[in-house]
Design a protein around this ligand. Structure first.
Ligand code: CP
Ligand code: NVA
Length: 303
């Protein structure tokens, strides 16, 4: 029997060699500059499964697949028999007979890993409560587009130590930049991801002081105070309020610092309107880059 090649899943930035991540970024830059459409994925179908809402991830993956000549099926919320108790293993085996790749957005990382363990086609992480790797690759692309190589630079995160922060921590290890994170002690990033990055030699500094984190940084990054997978009964905003990115905080960053936010944003909460709508903000380039990056990713997983 010919052994089957395992599918190329894209589950977390920590899973891939840094060289693959660099190749994805370089490819996305070429795609952004070059021809928008190709036939590369003609005859291939991508399933997009959303257990949580999405604007950017949904539209960028769908448009990316179509621009590469492929087809897309979008399934959300209650549409799958999974909601009536069908196992993730059976769901993975069945979908693998119909489609060529699956993207999943779910709160529970175990769902994603279960899907990947039983699928015979590539599985892509479209966000879990623990990480958002596609987003942070696009963020690194956006930084490099504006300010050159990210290696050796200092990036600051202020706010909740959430899924996006976790992928930034993994990115710091993979791309060789210093990451300073300011969070309230109650909302620090998960220790497993910090330990993983530090063991790889990453420079991860954690503080509860946003000014300390932002001092001289080339990019200031934040995200919503309340994530989709958070318990709606818990009010996090009173502890997170002092971590807002506003003009006074940006004044401590490097004079040419950029502001990044994966969106959706809440003006007046995690970021002031003058910063997100101001000259230092690259949030819409960041959103656009999701599309170019998604194309590189799809071409790679379906390679
Ligand atoms: N940044 C991001 O993933 O946005 P969506 O939730 O709209 O997909
Ligand atoms: N941290 C946010 C990111 C949204 C793209 C969330 O999980 O809701």
């Amino acid at each position: 029997m010919i052994p089957r090649t395992p599918p190329r899943h894209f589950l977390d930035l920590s899973d891939q060699p840094a060289s693959v991540l660099r190749q994805l970024l370089d490819d996305a830059v070429i795609r952004k500059r070059g021809a928008r459409y190709s036939d590369r994925l003609r005859g291939r179908t991508l399933a997009l499964l959303f257990e949580k809402p999405s604007t950017r991830t949904r539209v960028s993956f769908e448009v990316a697949m179509r621009q590469l000549g492929g087809d897309v099926i979008v399934l959300s919320g209650l549409e799958l028999q999974r909601t009536r108790g069908e196992s993730i293993a059976d769901t993975a085996r069945v979908l693998s007979r119909y489609v060529d790749a699956i993207m999943l957005r779910t709160a529970d990382p175990a769902e994603l890993f279960g899907l990947a363990a039983h699928a015979s086609v590539p599985v892509i992480n479209g966000l879990t409560a623990h990480s958002h790797p596609c987003q942070v690759l696009a963020d690194v692309m956006t930084f490099e587009e504006a300010r050159g190589p990210i290696a050796g630079q200092t990036i600051a995160w202020t706010g909740d130590g959430n899924n996006v922060a976790a992928s930034w921590i993994e990115a710091a290890a993979q791309f060789g930049f210093t990451l300073r994170l300011a969070t309230p002690p109650a909302y620090r990033p998960r220790s497993q991801v910090v330990d993983w990055a530090r063991k790889r030699g990453a420079m991860i500094h954690m503080t509860d002081d946003p000014i300390e984190a932002v001092q001289g940084a080339r990019a200031v990054v934040t995200d919503t105070f309340v994530s989709m997978s958070d318990d709606p009964a818990t009010d996090k905003t009173h502890l997170l309020g002092p971590y807002q990115v506003n003009a006074a905080l940006m004044a401590h960053a490097a004079p040419d610092a950029i502001f990044l936010h994966c969106l959706p944003a809440h003006r007046g909460e995690e970021v002031s309107a003058d910063v997100i709508d101001g000259l230092q903000s690259l949030v819409f380039d960041e959103a656009e880059n999701r599309l170019h990056l998604q194309k590189s990713l799809l071409a790679w997983v379906l390679g």
